[in-house]
Design a protein around this ligand. Structure first.
Ligand code: PXP
Length: 238
């Protein structure tokens, strides 16, 4: 059975919009775990636009399942990971201007630099996953780096329409098969939602899905009615 890792970055995005203390990502992570999440994923960005260093430290203490830290392969982030010790690290590409992670990491084109970063993390006892596009050359590069896992970027599949969607699904299936043949654990994520997830699960062989935006979006809508009712009661009581 596949596992679900819930990305709670956008809980922190809402908090940062006011620069205050709510909603608290630590509470959100605990609720995700109570509801059945198998892991909690956070992305500590260089610009700290959502998750903060204190969130990472607190979540390391409180997460009971598995804490996956997404980060760029920079010296600063590797130092932080080695100090805080998440259960695993997912290396992702990062551009300051992007709204979200655009495309997978070019592992094949950056082998030498990534080799050093991966080795530092693994020497420190932290397993590494690489976030890559479903392309054989990138999976092969991951095999060369001897990482523990690969997370396939599902964004193109999620944004494709019609026949193109089937073609993107086939690319994911091929990459998963290639990764398995090479002994890698295969994960997937990005853009997955309530209507496109099942076709990816049906491929088989993907151990874990990391999903954030659609879950937090749905939480806003399914929780809104109750939140308004509770406030309306307080207003009327007063
Ligand atoms: N996996 C990785 C490596 C990511 O960078 C992200 C986005 O932060 C996700 C999964 C989750 O993507 P989404 O928020 O679109 O579900």
């Amino acid at each position: 059975m596949a596992r679900l890792g819930v990305n709670i970055d956008h809980v922190a995005t809402i908090r940062q919009a006011r620069g205050g203390t709510e909603p608290e990502p630590v509470t959100a992570a605990a609720l995700c775990e109570l509801a059945g999440a198998d892991g909690i994923t956070i992305h500590l960005r260089e610009d700290r636009r959502h998750i903060q260093d204190r969130d990472l430290r607190l979540l390391r203490e409180t997460v009971q399942t598995s804490l996956n830290l997404e980060m760029a392969a920079t010296d600063e982030m590797i130092d932080i990971a080695l100090a805080v010790r998440p259960d695993y690290v997912t290396l992702v590409p990062e551009k300051r201007q992007e709204l979200t992670t655009e495309g997978g990491l070019d592992v094949a084109g950056n082998l030498a630099v990534l080799k050093q970063g991966v080795a530092r993390l693994q020497d420190g006892g932290i397993p590494v996953s690489l976030f890559i596009d479903p392309v054989a050359a990138q999976v092969e590069a991951g095999v060369l780096l001897q990482v523990e896992a690969i997370e396939i970027h599902t964004g193109c599949y999620c944004s494709a329409r019609g026949h193109q969607r089937q073609a993107e699904l086939a690319k994911i299936a091929a990459a998963v098969e290639f990764g398995h043949t090479s002994g890698l654990r295969m994960l997937a994520g990005h853009g997955l939602n309530y209507s496109n997830i099942q076709a990816v699960v049906a491929i088989g062989g993907i151990e874990e899905f990391n999903i954030g935006h659609s879950i937090i979006s749905r939480a806003v809508l399914v929780g809104l009615e109750r939140a308004v009712r509770e406030m309306a009661e307080l207003v009327r009581e007063a």
